[in-house]
Each structure stands twice: as C-alpha cells, then as structure tokens.
Design a protein around this ligand. Structure first.
Ligand SMILES: Nc1ncnc2c1ncn2[C@@H]1O[C@H](COP(=O)(O)OP(=O)(O)O)[C@@H](O)[C@H]1O
Ligand SMILES: [Mg+2]
Length: 356
C-alpha cells in the first residue's frame, strides 16, 4: 500500500511468556477502509485490537497512524473509538450523558458536550431517547448508543469487537448495514472483529483471516472465498468440499484426484512439485447437478440425505468414501432421490488447489 493510514509492523504479544497470542502481525490499512478480523476463538483478534487501542502493550513491534507512532500514547490520547459486545454503558447515567462521557474526559465543557452528544445520537436515530437510562433501551438500541459514544469525539479510527454478537439475526443484519453506511458516510477507518463469515462479507473492504496469532490471508471477502490461501482459510471462510489428490504434472497443471478424476487447472493457489499431495477445494454451489439422462459425466455420487432450507436444498452425498455437499436449487428437487446415485460435474475453473 503506497500510503497506509494505520500501520502494524511485526506486532508480537505473549501474556505468559510461552505462547504467542499475537505472532508477528503486520498490516497496512488505508484511510476510510473497513477491515474485518475473522478467525476462531483464541486466534488473537481481540489482543491485536487491544494493542491498537492501547489497552495492551505489545512485546515488540510498532503501531502508527499516518506515520506517527502510537505506542507511546496512553489510550485516551490515541483518538480511537471502541465498541464492545457488552455495550459497557454507565447504568446510572442518561443516554445523553453516556454519549457525552468521552468528551468530558477530553475536557469539553458541558454545553458543547450535550450538543455534540445529541448530534451523535441523531446519527444513530436515537435523539428521541436522550433522557432515558440504558436499562430502558433494547439491546440493539444500547449498541447504537455505544456506537454514538465511540463516534462523538470524531475519532481517527473506529474499533469494533464483536459488537453485534448479543443481538438476534434480523437485528444483526440491520445493524451491519447501519454500521457500514455510517462508516462510509463519515469516511472513518474501521477495524471490526467477528467470527461470522457472512458478517465479514457484508461489511468489509478487506478481510484478515486469523489463525494461531497470525494473519493467514488478507484480501477482499470474495477473493478470500474464491482463492483461499490454505486449507484452513477455505474451511473457515465458507462451506467447502475437500477432495484430496496429487499434482500429476505442474507443467500441464494436471491434478489427479483420489476419486479418479484428473483435471487440468487454469488457476493454482501456490506453486507445487510434481507428485506433491494437494487438496482440491470445491464450494457446494460449484458442484452442478446433471439431468438424469446425461451420459459421460465425470462424477457419480451417492445421495445420502437432503436438507431443505426452503430457499435452497443441501444434498449430502458421497463420492467414493468422501462426503460431498452440493447446494441445489429448489427447481432441481425432482433430480434428488435420497438413497440413489446422482450425476454431477465440476467445472475446472471452480476447483482451487492448495497444499494438503
Ligand atoms: N488478558 C489475557 N491474559 C492472558 N491471556 C490472554 C488474555 N487475553 C487473551 N489471552 C490469550 O491470548 C490468546 C488470544 O486471545 P484473543 O486475542 O482474545 O483471541 P480472539 O479475540 O481471537 O478470540 C488466547 O490464547 C487467550 O487465551
Ligand atoms: Mg475476541
């Protein structure tokens, strides 16, 4: 990135001096960018966020905004807004006072505080609730208050750690759109932690996939989905089928799958040696059902079970001994008879090869 806004350089953090919670993370974030950290629990997402915010100190590495080192500044001088899963509002204060609190900490006088807090509440659609207390608000409303409080002092950076984790699905989707609209209209740079892949897809310009304190891949959500850099990323970010196989010829890009199929691929995830064991990643929507009458198709699968989600049908099949999931459309229902064999094919461009 030619002109990074936020820069993390080789950040390392160990709490116990033995295991690395954050293991040499480097990352450049552009001004106005929305970056999401995804990864399993314990992979170092929160620890990285806490170091950016200044609530934890790295063992080594550097954090800077626009080239200015942040490491030396205490949290309140970093001008960073934070939103957590558990809102963390003061129960005895009105909504208006809650939102104005960061301004009080910054020495802003009371009249100006209320004015700015009211404007921030307006932004999240809650100016009618200013004199209520947190307990008189729903979970979604409380989270909007927390968001207003994080934005009221016009921070350089907004950090959100699983902010919607406590909300139900419909409200979560609505809030996701509100957050991203607000972030874009304010032009604020944001980092968002979630373990939910669909949330990452909705929100992010780029996604960083965390595993064991490292970033395994950082790219647009669609590139991470279509071209995962490893088996771990493929399995974490979206549903996938994994067929094992062997690189027959790197020169001809020919991969022999254990199920008997040999495919010539246009795209390979990494460089491989001839004879190397590999995994073929195939997304469930990329296995295409063939009509019953079709001849000469590469795959014959045994259909074990159907899950009808209403909007689509998931067919749980076996290809030899390997489980394969196929996402089918409703209109294909009459091709699907559990207990019978079905025919399918996979286009070579829908197969992505990574190291085993
Ligand atoms: N305050 C802490 N003290 C000791 N260990 C911690 C602390 N916070 C996190 N850890 C450990 O650091 C690792 C990374 O945790 P965390 O950053 O919270 O991951 P995530 O947010 O991805 O779930 C975990 O092994 C966790 O147990
Ligand atoms: Mg966490």
């Amino acid at each position: 990135m030619s002109d990074p806004y936020l820069r993390l350089e080789s950040l390392r953090k160990s709490y116990d001096g033995v295991t690395m919670a954050v293991d040499t993370i480097s990352l450049d974030v552009a001004k106005g960018e929305f970056v999401t950290f995804v990864g399993p629990s314990g992979s170092g997402k929160t620890s990285t966020l806490m170091m950016i915010a200044g609530f934890e100190q790295p063992n080594s590495g550097k954090i800077s905004i626009r080239g200015t080192a942040l490491d030396v500044l205490p949290p309140y001088k970093r001008n960073i807004g934070m939103v957590f899963q558990n809102y963390a509002l003061f129960p005895h204060m009105t909504i208006l006072k809650n939102v104005g609190f960061p301004l009080k900490m910054r020495g802003v006088d009371s009249g100006e505080r209320d004015k700015k807090a009211a404007a921030a509440l307006d932004m999240v659609g809650l100016n009618a609730f200013m004199s209520r207390r947190p307990r008189e608000m729903s979970g979604g409303q409380q989270q909007r208050v927390a968001l207003a409080r994080a934005l009221v002092f016009e921070p350089d950076l907004l950090l959100l750690d699983e902010p919607l984790g406590a909300l139900d699905k419909n409200l979560r989707e609505q809030m996701q759109l509100e957050i991203v609209n607000l972030q874009k209209s304010l032009g604020i740079t944001a980092i968002y932690v979630t373990h939910d892949q669909s949330e990452a897809m909705t929100l992010s310009d780029r996604v960083a996939v965390f595993n064991n304190g490292k970033i395994e891949q950082i790219d647009t959500p669609l590139n991470v989905y279509r071209t995962p850099s490893s088996l771990f990323v493929a399995e974490f970010f979206g549903d996938c089928n994994v067929l094992s196989g062997k690189m027959v010829s790197t020169r001809e890009r020919a991969v022999g799958l254990d199920c008997g199929m040999t495919v010539a691929l246009e795209r390979l995830g990494q460089s491989f040696q001839d004879g190397e064991k590999v995994s073929a990643i195939i997304r469930p929507e990329d296995v295409r059902l063939a009509p019953k009458s079709a001849k000469d198709l590469s795959l014959q699968l045994h259909l074990n079970h159907l899950i009808d989600y209403g909007s689509y049908i998931l067919a749980l099949c076996n290809l030899d001994q390997v489980p394969v999931r196929i996402r089918c459309e409703k209109y294909q229902r009459d091709l699907l008879e559990p207990g019978k064999d079905i025919k399918a094919f996979i286009a070579p461009e829908d197969i992505w090869i990574v190291s085993k």
